[in-house]
Design a protein around this ligand. Structure first.
Ligand code: DQA
Length: 151
């Protein structure tokens, strides 16, 4: 996205509003407000404009994706548990024809078996998981380092 795309939509799915409080040994102690501040800072350093939204509701995430189809040039999404079963979210992400990066705080592959399947991953450029809140920042850097044509 270097030199061209500048507008990135960052989405957090269900229960991520409780990050910092919820299972901190898995998801870290940093509250989502601080994670969002880090995202804003890194995005600024990289020259990106970001819009960030968290929702516990699949439909709100889908509406937001649709509403941003003309504004956004890439989407970074942590779909939470929707990762593992939401075909509706997947369809919405496909519909907007934008490069998508899936992120997770925890290493989902090292956890319960039901977390090993992502129905979102196959439609993404790539997945970054297991680096805590840094997963989001790594995703921003990944966008910077990847040419649009390669996405
Ligand atoms: C998560 C992993 C999901 O399996 C889980 O349902 C979450 C958080 C993560 O960031 O590690 O809510 O997406």
């Amino acid at each position: 996205m270097s030199g061209q795309g500048r507008k990135v939509l960052v989405l957090h799915g269900p229960n991520l509003n409780l990050t910092g409080f919820r299972e901190p040994e898995l998801y870290g102690k940093k509250p989502l407000s601080e994670i969002d501040a880090d995202i804003e800072q890194t995005a600024g350093e990289l020259g990106y404009e970001v819009r960030i939204l968290q929702s516990n509701h699949e439909g709100v995430l889908i509406d937001t994706i649709q509403e941003h189809r003309k504004w956004a040039e890439a989407i970074i999404i942590n779909p939470g548990a929707l990762t593992h079963y939401s075909f509706a979210l997947r369809d919405a992400l496909v519909s907007v024809r934008l490069p998508i990066i899936e992120v997770h705080l925890s290493n989902v592959s090292a956890r319960e078996e039901f977390r090993h399947l992502s129905v979102i991953a196959p439609i993404c450029v790539g997945t970054i998981a297991g680096f805590g809140s840094r997963s989001y920042l790594l995703a921003l850097h990944a966008l910077k380092d990847t040419e649009v044509g390669a996405l």
